[in-house]
Each structure stands twice: as structure tokens, then as C-alpha cells.
Design a binder for this molecule. Structure first.
Ligand code: F0G
Length: 354
């Protein structure tokens, strides 16, 4: 298939007009991969929607292509966002492609290395603050109201419009029917809200069924689970280190309307899933992404996800986004040997026969 991006492919479901620029980095059309080993262990039919295969390595490209195209259509020359890293990479990339400027406001010391590298190379104006994502979002919201700058966080409705297309793709990839469960990490809660919108729209148009929406926050940032704002959110999964999700109400609606659940997973559960997924299934996803896999494992154990169910876990970002967590937290020490073929060969022989 000659894939030319989301705006072209899903035009009839998106708020595009003849004036909307056909902006694209060929985002979307990401793989839905069956995970046979984890499926067997868990007694379910498990798939991963690999959003790390998007151009900047996360699902944010789906929302950003729409938000930046609409900003361009409206005559804006600059976009701004707060970010834990992925939104800023996507904003910078689409702004570059559209010939616009991107200003990103990020929590100092809490953005994974790969994401920071992207923001730098993609030419964004980077502002680091001594505060967390929630502080940054409050500030950029206020700034964008005062200045002629377009806010492209997920409070911009075009973001959710773009992101809902992942639900369309999942239905198509499963042969025209929604899965039983959709498991997804929750940070600012835009993505779970976007997926639910997408599932409902396709169901209305084509009776494709509805999944139960299962969202997972990090335990140290579980505002929706605890039903209170977390002033100092903390988690190893910096992507979802958010204590006051902007789309809180929409996420709760997705949970309740779908008969789903929003739970939390601990950093230990996230790191275990972060290690298990690539080792068993060959897909390396960033820690925040793995909240979905950790959640699936937890909920199957608790019996909330029924055996035999068809489950899609959204893997929101590529593992290469956060090399430091992979190297630091998992304590994998590579074996160090001299440059001597015999010694290396003996070592490998022992390893394969062990
Ligand atoms: N997974 C990853 C890899 C993310 O980067 C994010 C959010 C989420 C999950 C949560 O999605 O916010 O829609 O509930 N990252 C934002 C950012 C906050 O700035 O990149 P959500």
C-alpha cells in the first residue's frame, strides 16, 4: 500500500477541509503484532499496537499532524506545548515540516535522553523549568492565551481527533471488529479519551463493537485512581509522570461508558514489563508504554481480564527513547572479554550449551 499518512487516509473521519494542508511524515499505519509467548503464558490472545513505529517514535505524531496542520490552516506561525518529552518531539518535527516554529516547555532533568536529543535536533526552542509537567502545562496554557501562539497539548481538540485513528487501525487490523479489552497507559489522559472516541465512531458507522477500556497510571502519579490531584508525582516512567491529567473527565467517561477500569501499576511492575516484552516478543518499548503490559499481567492475575479474551495493549513509545532507564535500572552487565577469538568462542560455547 502506498501509505501517505493519516490526513489522507482517514480524511472522512477527520475535521479537514479543502484548505487544510496535507501535512505528513507518513505517521500512522503502525503494526498490530500478535504476542504468542505472552498470550500462552497469560491464557489470552494478546496483541501490541506498536506506536513506537511512528516517525518520531511515539503515538503523539497522530495527534500532532492534525494539530499542526490546523494551526497552519489558521495562519499560525508558532506552536507551543508542555511535555514529558514525546509531545515535544512530535511538535518539533511537524512544525519543522510545516515551516513553523516550536516552543517546548519541559521539566528539567525529567525528560528521557532520546526525547531531549530529538527536541534539540528538530530545532525546537527548548525551555526547561524547575517544575513538573503539570506546572509546565499551566504556564503554556496561559501564555498561549496571551500571545499569538497555538497550544498543541492534548487540550487542543485536534490532537484527540488525530489520535483516535489508532482505534480505527486496530479494528481494521483485527478484521473489522474491536478487541474485548484495550489496555493503555494513562498520563495526561488524552490518549485513552481519543481511543474511546475512535472506537465509538467506527461502531456507530460500521457496528464494529466496543472494547472495555483499561487504563493504567503509574502508582506514584495515580490521580484518577486516587481521585485527587497528586502535587508531586513520581515514577520511573517519566512519560506519565503527571499528577493532574487534563483529560481527567473524558478518561473517566471512557472507563465508565465502556464498563472498563483505570488502575495503577508500580514502578517494579513497569520495569518488569519493560524487560519482559522485548525478551519474549522482540519489541522494545519505553517504560511509560509498558504500563499497558504491566496492567494486562496484573489484571489477568486478578481475574478482571477473563481468560481467552482478545486484548490489545497500546505500546505508546519506542524503547530507544529512554536508553538510560534500560541501562541503569535493569542492571544488565554485558560480559567484558579480551579481544581474543578463543576466549570469546569458549565463552559463547558455554553460554549456548548452558
Ligand atoms: N505513553 C507515552 C510514551 C507518553 O509519552 C505519554 C504521554 C503517555 C503514554 C500518556 O498519554 O498523556 O495521552 O495519557 N506523554 C505526554 C508528553 C504527556 O508530553 O509526551 P496521555
Amino acid at each position: 500500500m502506498n501509505w501517505t499518512g493519516l490526513i489522507n487516509h482517514f480524511e472522512e473521519y477527520l475535521p479537514v477541509t479543502s484548505k487544510t494542508p496535507r501535512l505528513t511524515l507518513h505517521e500512522g499505519n503502525t503494526p498490530l503484532i500478535h504476542f504468542p509467548h505472552l498470550s500462552e503464558e497469560l491464557g489470552i490472545e494478546l496483541y501490541g499496537k506498536v506506536e513506537g513505529a511512528n516517525p518520531t517514535g511515539s503515538f503523539k505524531d497522530r495527534g500532532m499532524v492534525m494539530a499542526v496542520a490546523k494551526a497552519k490552516e489558521d495562519g499560525s506561525s508558532t506552536v507551543i506545548c508542555a511535555s514529558t518529552g514525546n509531545t515535544s518531539a512530535a511538535a518539533a518535527a511537524y512544525a519543522a515540516k510545516a515551516g513553523m516554529n516550536a516552543i517546548i516547555v519541559i521539566p528539567k532533568g525529567k525528560v528521557a535522553l532520546g526525547k531531549l536529543a530529538q527536541a534539540i535536533m528538530l530545532g525546537a526552542e527548548i525551555v526547561e523549568i524547575d517544575g513538573n509537567f503539570d506546572d509546565a502545562l499551566r504556564i503554556v496554557k496561559n501564555v498561549s492565551e496571551k500571545l499569538p501562539i497555538t497550544l498543541v497539548n492534548s487540550v487542543n481538540p485536534y490532537r484527540l481527533e488525530g489520535q483516535k485513528t489508532a482505534a480505527f487501525e486496530i479494528i481494521e487490523q483485527l478484521g473489522g471488529k474491536a478487541p474485548d479489552y484495550l489496555c493503555i497507559p494513562v498520563g495526561n489522559a488524552g490518549n485513552i479519551s481519543a481511543y474511546w472516541k475512535g472506537f465509538k465512531e467506527f461502531n456507530d458507522a460500521k457496528q464494529t463493537g466496543l472494547p472495555k477500556m483499561f487504563g493504567f497510571e503509574a502508582e506514584g502519579a495515580a490521580a484518577i485512581v486516587q481521585d485527587r490531584i497528586i502535587a508531586e508525582p513520581e515514577t520511573v516512567a517519566t512519560a506519565i509522570r503527571i499528577g493532574n491529567p487534563a483529560s481527567w473527565k473524558l478518561a473517566v467517561a471512557a472507563r465508565d461508558e465502556s464498563n472498563g477500569r483505570i488502575g495503577s501499576v508500580s514502578d517494579d511492575e513497569i520495569l518488569a514489563a519493560h524487560k519482559l516484552l522485548p525478551a519474549r516478543e522482540g519489541i522494545f518499548a519505553e517504560p511509560g508504554s509498558c504500563a499497558s503490559i504491566a496492567g494486562v499481567i496484573q489484571q489477568v492475575k486478578e481475574g478482571t481480564i477473563a481468560k481467552g479474551s482478545k486484548v490489545v495493549a497500546v505500546l505508546t513509545g519506542n524503547g530507544l527513547k529512554d536508553p538510560e532507564t534500560a541501562v541503569n535500572h535493569l542492571k544488565v552487565d554485558p560480559v567484558s572479554l579480551p579481544n581474543d577469538e578463543k576466549i570469546i568462542s569458549d565463552y559463547i560455547e558455554k553460554a549456548v550449551t548452558a
